[in-house]
Design a protein around this ligand. Sequence first.
Ligand SMILES: NC(=O)c1ccc[n+]([C@@H]2O[C@H](COP(=O)([O-])OP(=O)(O)OC[C@H]3O[C@@H](n4cnc5c(N)ncnc54)[C@H](OP(=O)(O)O)[C@@H]3O)[C@@H](O)[C@H]2O)c1
Length: 267
Amino acid sequence: MRHCLITGGSSGIGFALARLLLAQGNNVSLVARDWQKLQAAKHNLALQADDAQRIHIASADVADEASLRDAFTACEEAFGPVETVIASAGIVTPQLFAEQDAAQFNRQVAVNLIGVANTVRLALPAMRAARGGCVLIIASGAALVSIPGYSAYCASKAALRSFATSLRLENKGDGIEVCSCFPPDTVTPQLMEELNLRPVEARRFIGQHEPWSADLVAKRILSGMTKGRSEIHFGLVLSVLAFCEPILRPLVHFAYFRRAPKKARDS
Ligand SMILES: NC(=O)c1ccc[n+]([C@@H]2O[C@H](COP(=O)([O-])OP(=O)(O)OC[C@H]3O[C@@H](n4cnc5c(N)ncnc54)[C@H](OP(=O)(O)O)[C@@H]3O)[C@@H](O)[C@H]2O)c1
């Protein structure tokens, strides 16, 4: 039985991971901002697992290191040191860079990148002391290809790939596994909100795809972690992009410019 702490565990992919980890017999801590959503998530998980004792909830904003530290302390008091940390909390506000105000841009970077760094920083000391542990970072397929209307999101998620690689190199000797994953569009509350804001340029670029279910994404992630994968990719297109990115990325962008009218917004 391990202590698994999941930021963003009250919803979407984080919630689906919590359900699977509970079913495997682990203790699970959920960290997110909204207390009512956390309580509802705990209630739902407890019904499914038939056990509320193995679920702890704590409210914090991952971008605020002090509040996150308090949440970690509370979770560790409940279940002991964190052995698996999953950084799933993330936000997206799609908008063309020229139209997005600085606060919205900066907030995405603060939550998606700094929030993950804050999370890992709090989990690492205990893992290093125990000479073992697992760090899972939820990035996005948007880390692999730059999408118009997603400058802050793509930049913050692409940075996570690099961050995870540095972490892996730094911590391998201490028996700490670092894994990053790059989900495609997945049916979650975040996607439902995001689709309403997705600019026409982004819709043209991304095209029509059937989104994955959060359960399927979570299953793929846990199976990849069990196999010791350092990166987990989803579907043929994103997997090929991940490995052949330097060649394929310019081709994807060339195809976009061929298809898109010069002033996509005017059309
Ligand atoms: N859905 C997709 O299509 C998709 C695709 C690729 C990658 N992803 C990534 O997967 C991760 C999970 O996304 P999701 O789709 O599952 O989203 P979701 O259903 O909206 O869940 C997001 C979770 O993060 C929490 N959260 C958001 N901001 C936070 C903050 N500042 N501090 C602490 N917790 C915070 C939310 O709770 P509170 O609001 O209560 O804080 C919620 O629990 C994100 O990193 C996202 O970028 C999603």
